[in-house]
Every structure is written in structure tokens, then in C-alpha cells.
Design a protein around this ligand. Sequence first.
Ligand SMILES: [Mn+2]
Length: 441
Amino acid sequence: MPWSSIDEVLFAAHLQVTLAAVETAMEQQQLDTLVIQAGDSRFAFQDDQACPFRVNPWFAWLVPAPPAPGSLIELRGGQSPKLLFVVPNDYWHSPPAPPAGAWTGHFEIQVFPTAAAAIAALQCTAGATAWIGESAPPQASWQVNPEQLLAELVQARCHKTGYELACLREATHVGVLGHLAAEQAFRNGASEFDIHLAFLAAIRQNESELPYPAIVALNEHCATLHYQLRDTRPPRRPLSLLIDAGASCRGYGSDITRSCAMIPGVFAALIDGMHNLQQELCEAVAPGIDWRQLHLRAHRLVAQLLRDAGVLRLSAEAAVATGASSVFLPHGLGHLLGLQVHDVGGFAARAGAPPIPRPEGHPALRLTRCLEAGMVVTVEPGLYFIDSLLQGLRAGPQADAVNWTLVETLRPCGGIRIEDNVLVTAAGHENLTRTAFADAS
Ligand SMILES: [Mn+2]
């Protein structure tokens, strides 16, 4: 996406905040130099085929350059940041374009033909040096991915800057275009494969650019939480679609899920009910909210929905207390979102604090903290008819509390998930996804 003058202003402010956080953390850890590696190309075993390159998120946090394996950021107290950018002399592939655009003015930039040449040009020959990267550092004496330093920086990454929010808004806007196209393809009877292609065509991004592999499921496949296959042929009777897919913007990703039913009925009514309770949960997002409590509230709301639909005869409280709600909702309410789709910082309230444990019986929750302004979270309640989990329920003491005939009629529809990306603001929240859907229609 081309840079606007607003982006330039936002990025300058973003870099000021992030570099200040890095400098403070370096002082605390008495570091003279910090080197951040973009990452290495990885190859399949005994093969010359490279795996899709994913940039080190710490690198992308500071530098919005195109992906360039082997590139380095060198940070030294009191000096302007250096970018050592690797552009190989490659005629088999298109090399990364050398850095361009207004953001480059904030860095001292040098371009090298190899990663080794970039490493040889590092200034840090003396003093305490730390390295953030997946491969071994060039010098054995350097600290590698120091835990305390990263713990400090993780806290900074949890609170999004204006620039990061602009990227997340754009990623959401683009992702929503994909979701609208996907629903249209589903209504036209397309296969999972073709719905996926419709999503990609609408967002104008390659599959390797997506923030995470898109989940495109029809019918009973909607019961597989991270369903990864894409049938090229449509089912005989398309009943339901679950699409969990996002788009990228400068390394930031959206994470959006929508469910649709082909025809009215009990399953379609469950989707409507899920939208309502999902909105209720989004409305509750505000600073100070304990995410564990909101997660448990989601369980009670889903249990109540199942009770209202006639699937469960237990009270909502009993369904949560006995674990019956977890049979239908075996994942967490949501997670932090940013440069990584399951972003860092979900468990410790501050650097050095112990991780806050998940509520007992909820092992999949990826966020246990109280919400703070500037965080972006996903709110993604769901309910599913998962054979292996239903078998356990059927064999257990709550078996009589389930309308198994109704479960049998809903099982071919698989499941439901509705997921929005929500910014925590000082006053409460802003639902980025609902805003983007409203703007697009
Ligand atoms: Mn998610």
C-alpha cells in the first residue's frame, strides 16, 4: 500500500515511541548494542525449495521494509538506528526492492549483497550486545533473545500506536472485502477451494501474504476449529459456511470470522443468536475488564443460547460449572492481535510478573490479563458440534441434559464462530470489524 502523508506522520510518532521503549529496556539491561535480524530463508529438507519467508516480528515492529532475509537493525544508545538491508544479486528470483519511501529518512541505511556482508558491517565490536533473531548470533559472547529485555518490549507491543492502528484498520477493511466476496461465492454454491479463491481475489493478496492460513469450511467441516483442507468440489447440499480469514497491511493482520447458513432454520437462528451475544461481549470491552471473566461470561451466554434453542436442558451456570459448555465451545474467547495473529503479551500483567493462570478447565485461553487502553483483541465466541467431544458428553453424567435428536440434525452444519477485532480505548472500545463491514456495505 502506498504511503500517505498521514502514514508518514504516524510512522514517525510510532518509531519515536518504539525506539524509546527499546532504549529504556537496553539501559535496564545495560546493553550497548541491540541487533535485530529479519530472519533467514528456510529450505525444505535436502531441497532447494524455500519455505515462505516470515519476517521476525521484532524487526517488522521497527522497520516497514519489504521482506528481506538476512537484513539487520543495529541500535546503539544515542545514535540513529541503522538498517543493514540485504539485496542479493539474484537472477533466479526478484530480489527485494531497496528501501524507499519517507520512513527511510529515520534510518541510516546501507545495502549489502549478502547476509554475511551485512554482519561484517555491524559496528558493535565491543561492549554488551544482544541479538534478537532465530539463528545463532555472529558472536558467541552476545546475549541471544534475552528474556528480560523481550519481556519489557512485549509490554510495549501490547499497546498499539496510531500507526499500528492505521495498519490494523486497513488490514480489517481489506479483509472485510474478502469476507463479502466469500459469502457471495458460498450463496452461489461454490466449493471451499473456490470460496478461498474468491476471498484472495477480493483482497488482492497472495496466500503467502495472509496473516494466517485462511479457514474455509462448509457443512460438517465447520466443526474443525482450524480446518485446513479445501475441497475443490462443493458438497451436494451446501448448508453452512465458516470462514476465518484476515488480510495483511505492513505486517499487521486482521483476524475475522463469519458464519452463514444457506437456509432459514434452527442453525440460522443459532447464528443470529451468536451475533447478538458476540455484540454483547464486544460492548463489554473496556480498560480494567478481566478477560478471564469475559471468557466465562461468553461460556454462560453460549450455554444460554443452546438452552434457548433446545439443545441443552442445563442452566447456563450448570453448563459452565460441569464443563458441558466447553464441549460446544472448546476454545478461548479471543487473543491479542498485532504483528502476530496470536500476538505476544497475553499472560503477564507487566514485565517480570508471573503469567496469570487460565481458569481451570479452560486450557485454550490465550489472554488472561485485564484489558488496557491501546490493546487490540479478538472477540470470537463460537459453538460447534464436534463428534469426539460430543461422545464424551454422551458417555458422561450430563448425557440426559442434551437433546441428541436436535444435535443430530445440527451436526451436518458443523459449527459457528463470529469474530471481530476490537480496540480497547480509554472510554471503552472501538469495534474495527463492524465499522469496516458498515463502511463496505
Ligand atoms: Mn482469532
